[in-house]
Design a protein around this ligand. Structure first.
Ligand code: CAA
Length: 379
């Protein structure tokens, strides 16, 4: 299938794809079993300039187009969903600095991201505020030329590894969501500690942490955008990051589909390959069609962002919604094609099914995506 990719995009896809085949697929089962973040893989990806595709050229990158990022995330996720999401979240928190940061902030952080010296994270969700992002409680109180942050963030991808985290906090409680502000918080800032690490069902090669702010002093020059803009920054980033999760879901589904096709051409029952049965053929055909449809939604949404179109909320929500539901279906069907072996950890598809599940939950549950789409349609 020709996706009308530009030369640079094909290069990104091929580079990431080769790396995944050589370095990620051979170790993914072990990472999953040991619940291990592969620090060496991420260092190596930095040496191979992978992070430059999420940073503008002016700051040491190769351009920060959504399409290239989506292709990179898709390929990484074809190998391992946890590695895919780590890259995706690093890309989106970095995008926050690109879109809303001032020149000093961009100069300070973006070259470090491009060089792979720091990773970034996005701290929005809290123990009591997931879907209802407007009701966060972490507060930031102004004291001289600093803000004092107190509160807890929950389920933060990259929490423990991020050199820089974008933290949304309440600066004016009277104003509800209009009283939230985004801060750039550096690792090691006194009063900021990384709490427990989640023991997750899937994407186990990624780190997911609680972040604790206890009298954490953040200089006021670390405000991202302006005071009161935090909620809008968060939603603006989610519009974009949902495309990345769509790409992750497509990648996971492709990985499962490839395994299912391969297995169907090796496994014999009733004296013939199971790929000769129409029951299996129809499943494979539906899987392929679903992947293709989701892929086109993801690529189209990324193209809309890159073309500077203003209305990107609905394309991003649709891409994430459709691709993640598709990935759950395709990975479940892949397990079915493998039969009893699919249920065993000896084969890779049960991990892919576990990895796929979270794509229906994070970056806004699929119920929230439907709320977002419907509310725009009915406006
Ligand atoms: N961009 C910018 N502003 C937006 C916006 C958008 N896409 N959508 C709405 N807004 C603005 C509205 O214009 C409105 O502004 P005013 O008040 O100034 O008029 C304001 O935001 C509030 O809008 P709503 O009344 O629609 O907001 P709400 O509170 O009812 O609900 C919501 C909004 C869609 C439910 C939102 O809270 C939401 O998306 N929730 C899900 C949160 C989420 O996705 N969390 C994921 C966490 S990150 C994660 O999972 C990371 C990971 O590890 C991978």
């Amino acid at each position: 299938m020709n996706y009308f990719l530009k030369e640079k995009e094909e290069m990104v896809r091929d580079l990431f794809s080769d790396y995944v085949n050589k370095r990620i697929i051979p170790i993914r089962a072990e990472l999953d079993e040991k619940d291990q973040f592969p620090a060496d893989i991420f260092t190596e990806m930095g040496k191979q300039d992978f992070y430059r595709i999420v940073v503008p050229e002016a700051y040491g990158g190769l351009g920060d187009e959504s399409m290239s990022a989506a292709l990179g995330i898709e390929e990484l996720s074809r190998g391992d969903g946890g590695i895919g999401v780590t890259f995706a979240v690093n890309a989106i928190a970095t995008k926050g600095i690109i879109l809303y940061g001032n020149e000093a902030q961009k100069k300070k952080y973006l070259p470090a991201v491009a060089d792979g010296k720091i990773y970034t994270a996005f701290g929005l969700s809290e123990p009591g505020a997931g879907s209802d992002a407007g009701s966060i409680k972490t507060k930031a109180v102004k004291k001289g030329d600093k803000y004092i942050l107190d509160g807890v963030k929950q389920f933060i991808t990259n929490g423990a590894i991020a050199g820089v985290t974008l933290v949304i906090a309440v600066t004016d409680p009277e104003k509800g969501h209009r009283g939230q502000t985004a801060f750039i918080v550096e690792q090691g800032t006194p009063g900021f500690t990384v709490g427990k690490s989640e023991d997750k069902m899937g994407i186990r090669s990624s780190v997911t942490n609680q972040l604790i702010f206890d009298g954490c002093e953040v200089p006021q020059e670390n405000i991202l955008g302006s005071p009161g803009q935090g909620f809008y920054i968060a939603l603006g980033l989610l519009d974009r990051s949902r495309i990345g999760i769509g790409a992750q879901a497509v990648g996971i589904a492709r990985g499962a589909f490839d395994e299912a096709v391969k297995y169907s051409k090796e496994r014999e029952q009733f004296g013939q390959l199971i790929s000769s049965f129409q029951a299996i053929q129809f499943m494979l055909a539906d899987m392929a069609a679903g992947i293709e449809a989701a892929r086109l939604l993801v690529y189209q949404a990324a193209r809309q962002v890159d073309s500077g179109e203003k209305e990107i909320t609905v394309p991003g929500a649709m891409a994430k919604l459709f691709a993640s539901d598709m990935a759950m279906q395709v990975t479940t069907d892949a397990v079915q094609v493998f039969g009893g072996y699919g249920y065993s950890k000896e084969y890779p598809v049960e991990k892919m099914m576990r990895d796929a599940k979270v794509t229906q939950i994070y970056e806004g549950t699929n119920q929230i995506q439907r709320v977002v789409i419907a509310s725009k349609l009915l406006k």
